[in-house]
Design a protein around this ligand. Structure first.
Ligand code: MG
Length: 385
């Protein structure tokens, strides 16, 4: 039996307050949508459809292309978007999944398909752990029996013909539904539940993007990279730029770019872990384009190069050695800039700073040295092989 998957991605994700579709926000160095698609890039999935609003079409196309996924027209509501996508679904079975649930597991996907074959429908769900009440906004009206309460997630799987028939009737009625099991249960038959996993959470609010997550793609192999860089004092300017933060200093660092040695070390670590050439190859200091360049912008480009090679950052550790200036009070901003450029939660980035006890060129105050180590996950293992 052929299996189609519809990824719901046509919403605006306004509750995340990111000023753009939250599925384009980076998570472990790649857009959320990329991670979700990656999970469904399985030999027994025959067709991937993504509901997409017109303003996201260009950005989604680039993410969808490596997976051979098809973009379908988003509607005014989730119900309309899914209905449009169902018209393009060619599989005997269709799984409908929220784009904002990138932590779905292969076991959940397999259980969903098996559930459809056995019961005609399979809705990922969890028994409710909280007591849930029915209230009028202020006062409890009714306390349902918790043992009969379940929270419903995605994927939700159905025989394509049946769920299409349900959506035809929903379209005729003009009603809007929040998910597919509601449509199926209303027009066809009570949908069948199967037990999912608490890890399959939905990214809804901005804070969800800063939380600790299990490392993405951990099962696909990891790679470690190291990078070092040094820049000498001697430029007539009253500051140094370290991790994108301008820090007052009696001398600037001599460089073709902005001289951000810690960021250059991080870039080399990332390129190295991804099996690429070093920073000088991609950002040569003979190229006028990089004169005075903002190194944080170059770091973002290095992260893209690594993603194209199939790797995303998982965590980053950086140490900076400098006799001057004192860095302690700037560390938080340095961490924030690196985390943002690498698409990592701040909790996955660490920066330490120290002096060299007056020994060597750092100790004599002649320059600044930085060493970075990064752990990368292989985002695209199958395609590499
Ligand atoms: Mg450098």
């Amino acid at each position: 039996m052929k299996v189609s998957v519809i990824i719901c991605a046509a919403g605006k994700g306004e509750r995340a307050g990111l000023g753009k579709n939250k599925l384009l926000a980076p998570l472990y160095g790649a857009p959320v949508l990329y991670h979700t698609l990656k999970k469904f890039d399985l030999p027994y999935i025959d067709q991937l459809l993504i509901t997409c609003s017109p303003e996201d079409r260009e950005a989604f196309s680039a993410i969808a292309a490596p997976f051979g996924a098809i973009l379908t027209e988003g509607g005014r509501t989730r119900t309309e978007s899914v209905y449009n996508a169902l018209k393009r679904a060619s599989g005997d079975i269709v799984l409908i999944h929220d784009g904002a649930r990138p932590f779905v597991t292969e076991k959940i996907i397999a259980d969903c398909i098996d559930g459809v074959k056995e019961h005609g429908s399979a809705v990922c769900s969890l028994p409710s752990t909280d007591t849930t009440v029915i209230a009028d906004g202020e006062n409890v009206e009714y306390v349902p029996d918790r043992s009969k309460l379940f929270t419903v997630q995605t994927p939700q799987g159905f025989f394509t013909a049946k769920i299409k028939a349900a959506y035809d009737l929903a379209a005729e009625s003009g009603k809007s539904f929040t998910d597919d099991c509601s449509v199926y249960t209303q027009y066809i038959a009570p949908a069948h539940l199967f037990t999912g996993d608490v890890c399959n959470r939905k990214l809804t609010y901005k804070s969800d993007f800063d939380a600790q997550y299990p490392a993405m793609n951990a099962a696909c192999g990891q790679a470690i990279g190291i990078g070092c860089d040094v820049h000498a004092f001697g430029k007539a300017q009253p500051f140094v730029t370290l991790c994108g933060v301008k820090i007052p200093c009696d001398s600037g660092l001599i460089a073709h770019s902005d001289g951000d040695a810690p960021v250059h070390a991080v870039m080399d670590a990332i390129l190295s872990a991804a099996g690429l050439k070093d920073i000088g190859h991609y950002f040569p200091d003979t190229d006028e384009k990089f004169a005075g360049a903002d190194s944080i912008g170059m770091l973002k480009e290095a992260v893209s190069l690594a993603l194209n090679a199939g790797y995303v950052p998982l965590n980053l550790s950086l140490t900076v050695q400098a006799e001057k200036p004192r860095l302690a009070k700037h560390i938080d901003r340095m961490v924030a800039n690196l985390a943002s450029a690498c698409g990592l939660p701040r909790s996955r980035v660490a920066v330490s700073a120290g002096t060299c006890e007056r020994l060597g060129f750092v100790g004599e105050g002649l320059g600044i040295a930085a060493t970075a180590i990064v752990l990368m996950g292989r985002a695209d293992a199958e395609k590499q092989n």
